[in-house]
Design a protein around this ligand. Sequence first.
Ligand code: ATP
Length: 395
Amino acid sequence: MVRINQKPPRNEMERCPDSIVKKMAHIKLENILKRFGDFVAVRDFNLEIQDKEFVVFLGPSGCGKTTTLRLIAGLEHPEAGDIFIEGRRVNDLSPADRDIAFVFQFYALYPHLTVYDNIAFPLKAVKVSKSEIDTQVKRVAEILQISDMLGRKPSVLSGGEMQRVALGRAMVRQPKVYLLDEPMANLDAKIRVDTRAEIKRLQHDIGATTIFVTHDQVEAMSLADRIAVIHHGVLQQIGTPYEVYNRPESLFVAGFMGMPTMNLLDAELTARDGVSVLRLSHTDVYLPLSPERQATINATAQENGLVFGIRPEHITAVNQPEAQKIAADVHLVEPLGAVNILDIRLGTHPETQEPILLRVRTHPTFRVAIGDTIWLDFSETEMHLFDRKTERVVS
Ligand code: ATP
């Protein structure tokens, strides 16, 4: 790995992948716009990624993750806006001049080369010594559990194995930036979890700025220093896994993160017994709000309409009546082993006649059946309020 006290001569430093040269890579995207014909794939995108940071681009299929990554790599060009790497504007630099290693979902291996030579290829290209290449190739092969395949050609490998070879080829290099586009898409579940842990540890050891694309929120949460949630080409929120999960800034982020996702129900401020409370629309659920919370709900949001959000794990349920708790009937019980997920019926939508449901997570020993009445308590500190029209968080 990186040898801190051993300074190779200058020409060595330039070609040795394991050198002590720590390449800095602060990345900045400023007002990026990318269109394909009339279709806007990336819109007014602003993002700063710190040196050595591990940022995950997360969002549903087609939201613009790969396009943004390709813009950074230089494989696409922005119609407007600037891209900087370490303070240098790189809009006009070719991919080869950006010192970036990328692994894409659709790996491209050299079919005539063995696995060993495929992984060694980037090192041979910069004339690293044979013994150093051997050490590096064997090291990554071990991490990726492909040591016994080094002599094989890609044509006899499975999709998951080819993906690991492509990953290995990026891992032997020490570029300024790693761009990884769903690099584990073809791996089976166990290897995926192992490789995820290795990628995280390796990135920490190497300290290279990394951008990782995925639509898998568990992968994003487990890997990222910060997650950039993208929807329809727009950066919805950038924050630590804790922040995007617990402090979503938009309805999209609130509804995208978490399994099961956050409960999101229409609500309005109303007066009850002379006190201003939040009513969940078309239900008999009235929630008291602290004066501080009420003060944050501005007139525009009230006019646009409110959406109330709470995660299933932030509702407590008991099966005996208790003062101040809300009585409701159990609509469905899903025992998942470690937890139970209950669908609770709060009312009926007057137009669609659809049940208005709330998901609650309970301990598996909490025994209830469909039709039982239970009593609920909502933690005010875990409640979220969004503006229905702008879809941004209000409070
Ligand atoms: P996925 O998770 O499915 O890979 P993504 O979030 O990475 O999706 P992109 O590949 O960035 O999405 O694509 C964003 C949108 O831009 C999609 O609707 C896609 O069809 C469109 N798009 C991407 N590349 C092109 C292209 N070369 N020409 C036309 N449309 C494109």
